[in-house]
Design a protein around this ligand. Structure first.
Ligand code: NAP
Ligand code: G4F
Length: 373
C-alpha cells in the first residue's frame, strides 16, 4: 500500500497501547510498537495481534527498547519514519511513583523529551505528529471544578510532577519548532485489561474471587477519593482524533461524571447480585454482605468482604477529579460510548470468566492475594 500510514506506539504492551494498536490496525495502519525486554513474556495484551515476523508485509511489528535509552529511540524512529507517534510508555502507577521518583522522572518526564528531540534531530518535524499521554493527575490538588484545558495544574505525586514536565516540553517543542505535538489530558480510563494494581481492576478481580468462594475479603485504601472513570476504548479513539485535527492542540478527555471508590465497589458487588453495607469510619471502615440475590454466587450474609489497609493510602492524595471535555466534543465531535455501569459490567464479566478458567484458582500466592498497591 503506497500511502499506508505508519504509527509508532511506545507503551504498546500496556492497556492503552493494546487498544490503540487494535484500533489503528483496523484503520489500515502499519503499527510499530516499543516493548521492553523482560525475563517473562510481557505481551499478554497484544498476543492476539502478533504476526509471524517470517512472513512478508507485516502490519504489527515489535521492537525492543526503553524510554531511558535515547540512542535506541532515535535509531528506531529513524528506521520507522513514523507519520504518528503515540507516546504512551510510562511508569503509570501513582502510589508506586512515591517509591521510585527518580526513575519516574527519567521515564515519564525525560522519556518524552527523548522522543521529541529524536524527531527534531532526524528532521521529521514536518512529517511526524506526536501524541503525548498527559493526565488528569496534573490537576492534583484541584484549583477548579470541573477541570478543563485552562485549569491551573497542581500535581500531588512524583508521577504528576514528571508528567507536568512532559506536558510542557511537548507544548514547548510545538511552539519552538512548529511540531504537530499534542497533549491528551486524559482522565482515568479502565477496561478488562486494566493493570491489576489500579483500584478498579483490583476491585473487580477481588470481587470475582469472593463471589466464587476463592477469597473472603480484600483491602483498599482511601474509599472517599472520587474519580472520573471512562472506558479505555473510548479514550484511544480520541488519541487518534487528536492527531487528525487541523491544528496541534491540547485536549481534556473525560466523562464529566465523578464517583467515589466506595460507590465503584458497591457497583461491582451489585454485578454478582450482592448488596453491601459500609460500617465505621476512616481506617476502621469495613463492608459486609447485606443481601445476595444471585443463586450462582452465594456469599454468607454478614460476611466481612472489605477492610481498609493504611498502606494503600498515598502521602499526598488527589481527592476529586471531574473533567470537562466540551472542547473535544465541540471541535472534534468526540462522544463517550460507554457509561460507568457498562464499564463495571464489562470488567466484572471478564474477571469472572478469567477466574473460572482457572488462571487464578490457586489459593494464596503472590498474584491472588492482597499485596497490591
Ligand atoms: P500501563 O498499562 O501502565 O502501560 C504502560 C506502558 O508503558 C507499558 O507498555 C509498559 O511496559 C511501558 N513502559 C513502562 N516503563 C517503560 C520504559 N522504561 N520503557 C519503555 N516502556 C515502558 O498504562 P496505561 O493505562 O495503558 O496508560 C498509557 C499512558 O497514559 C501512560 O503514559 C499513562 O501514564 C497515561 N495515562 C493513563 C491514564 C489511565 O487512566 N489509564 C490516564 C491518563 C494518562 P511493560 O508492559 O513492560 O510494563
Ligand atoms: O486506580 P488508581 O491507582 O488510579 P490513579 O491514582 O487515579 O491514577 C490513574 O489515573 C491517572 C489519571 O488521573 C493516570 F494518570 C495514572 O497513570 C493512573 O492510570 O487510584 C484511584 C483512587 C486513588 O485516589 C487511590 O488512593 O483509588 C484510591 N485507592 C483506594 N484504595 C486505591 C486503593 N488505589 C489503588 N491503586 N489501590 C488501592 O488499594
Amino acid at each position: 500500500m503506497a500511502d499506508q500510514k505508519v504509527a509508532f506506539i511506545t507503551g504498546v504492551t500496556g492497556q492503552d497501547g493494546a487498544y490503540l494498536s487494535e484500533f489503528l490496525l483496523k484503520k489500515g495502519y502499519k503499527v510499530h510498537g516499543l516493548k521492553r525486554r523482560s525475563s517473562l513474556f510481557n505481551t499478554d495484551r497484544i498476543d492476539h495481534l502478533y504476526q509471524d515476523p517470517h512472513v512478508d508485509n507485516q502490519n504489527f511489528i515489535l521492537h525492543y527498547g526503553d524510554m531511558t535509552d535515547s540512542t535506541n529511540l532515535t535509531r528506531l524512529i529513524q528506521k520507522i519514519q513514523p507519520d504518528e507517534i503515540y507516546n504512551l510508555a510510562a511508569m503509570s502507577h501513582v502510589r508506586v511513583s512515591f517509591e521510585m521518583p527518580e526513575y519516574v522522572a527519567d521515564v515519564d518526564g525525560i522519556g518524552t523529551l527523548r522522543i521529541l528531540e529524536a524527531v527534531r534531530l532526524l528532521g521529521l518535524e514536518k512529517k511526524t505528529r506526536i501524541y503525548q499521554a498527559s493526565t488528569s493527575e496534573l490537576y492534583g490538588k484541584i484549583q477548579e471544578v470541573p477541570q478543563k484545558e485552562s485549569t491551573p495544574f497542581y500535581p500531588r505525586s512524583p508521577y504528576g510532577v514528571a508528567k507536568i514536565y512532559a506536558y510542557w516540553i511537548t507544548v514547548n517543542y510545538r511552539e519552538a519548532y512548529n511540531m504537530f505535538a499534542c497533549n491528551g489530558i486524559l482522565f482515568n480510563h479502565e477496561s478488562p485489561i486494566r493493570g491489576e494494581t489500579f483500584v478498579t481492576r483490583k476491585t473487580t478481580r477481588a470481587i470475582s474471587r469472593i463471589a466464587l468462594g476463592l477469597q473472603d475479603k480484600f483491602y483498599l485504601g482511601n474509599l472517599d477519593a472520587k474519580r472520573d472513570w471512562g472506558h479505555a476504548k473510548d479514550y484511544v479513539r480520541m488519541m487518534w482524533m487528536i492527531l487528525q485535527a487541523d491544528e496541534p492542540e491540547d485536549w481534556v478527555i473525560a466523562t464529566g461524571k465523578s464517583t467515589t471508590v466506595r460507590d465503584f465497589v458497591r457497583m461491582a458487588f451489585a454485578e454478582v447480585g450482592v448488596s453491601i453495607v459500609f460500617e465505621g469510619d476512616g481506617i476502621n471502615e469495613k463492608a459486609f454482605v447485606e443481601s445476595c440475590s444471585n443463586e450462582k454466587y452465594q456469599i454468607p450474609l454478614g460476611q466481612e468482604v472489605l477492610s481498609i489497609d493504611e498502606r494503600y493510602y498515598r502521602p499526598t492524595e488527589v481527592d476529586l477529579l471531574i473533567g470537562d471535555a466540551t472542547k473535544a466534543k465541540e471541535k472534534l465531535g468526540w462522544e463517550c460510548q460507554y457509561e460507568l455501569s457498562d464499564l463495571v459490567k464489562d470488567m466484572m464479566q471478564s474477571d469472572l470468566k478469567l477466574m473460572l478458567k482457572g488462571q487464578y484458582l490457586e489459593e494464596g500466592g503472590y498474584r491472588t492475594m492482597n499485596y497490591y498497591e
